[in-house]
Ligand binder design. Structure first.
Ligand SMILES: *Cc1c(COP(=O)(O)O)cnc(C)c1O
Length: 228
């Protein structure tokens, strides 16, 4: 995709978010756009940065380490969200690299992150991923286990949880999953709701999303979700 195309598509997505905020009675700016740049090289991300976008999502620690340090030097106010699964042995690098980690989903990872946060004195904001569709191949805590897991994060590991994140099953209508996530967040006193991607962010905003994660609608079709 050409630079101009990226900038145009970014503007289109931002306009659609602004329209949804207005349609569903949210304040302007209520929804944060996370531009998902996984698999796209730094030169494809640069036009979005030049156009003012500052919040980005990445799925892989190694890819982020290769791409972002240099971009961050040019744009120190960038905010990076980890939205892919995190292995506990990469907790150290994740705490170094990311401002927000959205895929906290098990006690062993909570423990590893708490340890690194204490060691590094760096405190990434945390979202708990919920596997709303209970898909075996997907990360995330099962809905019936979330309340206990959040409690464990808070009391046992002293972590502050900002919100919840979900990726509904591709074959399901997404809105019931978004509604379930909103319900779980509310009963746990959480404000953050990371839900909605290129195909369904309008529905997610309707159901209360505070963060939408939009990739292909901005950067174009990914060749393949390759692991670097
Ligand atoms: C890749 C990805 C996205 C972006 O998906 P698009 O359909 O390209 O907008 C959002 N969230 C997660 C967790 C992803 O892995």
């Amino acid at each position: 995709m050409s630079e101009n195309e990226t900038v145009e598509r970014l503007a289109t997505v931002k306009a659609a978010i602004a329209r949804a905020e207005s349609d569903y009675d949210r304040k302007p700016g209520f929804v944060t756009l996370i531009a998902v740049s996984k698999t796209f090289p730094a030169e494809d991300i640069a036009p979005a940065l030049a156009a003012g976008q500052r919040v980005f999502g990445e799925n892989y620690v190694q890819e982020t380490k290769a791409k972002w340090p240099e971009l961050r030097e040019r744009y120190p106010d960038v905010e990076l969200h980890l939205i892919g699964p995190l292995q506990s042995n990469k907790a150290k690098e994740a705490v170094e690299l990311f401002d927000v980690i959205q895929t906290l989903d098990r006690p062993s990872l909570a423990e590893a992150l708490a340890k690194e946060i204490a060691k590094q004195g760096r405190t990434p904001r945390l979202f708990v991923q919920v596997n709303t569709g209970e898909e075996p191949q997907k990360g995330g805590v099962a809905p019936r286990e979330v309340d206990a897991f959040i409690e464990t994060c808070r009391t046992q590991y002293g972590l502050t949880i900002e919100g919840l994140m979900c990726i509904p099953p591709a074959e399901d209508p997404p809105s019931p999953h978004f509604a379930l996530l909103a319900t779980i967040a509310k009963r746990n006193g959480l404000n953050g709701l990371s839900m909605g991607m290129s195909a369904d962010f309008d529905a997610a905003i309707q159901m209360g999303a505070t963060h939408v994660r939009v990739g292909s609608a901005i950067f174009g079709t990914r060749a393949k979700a390759v692991k670097p």
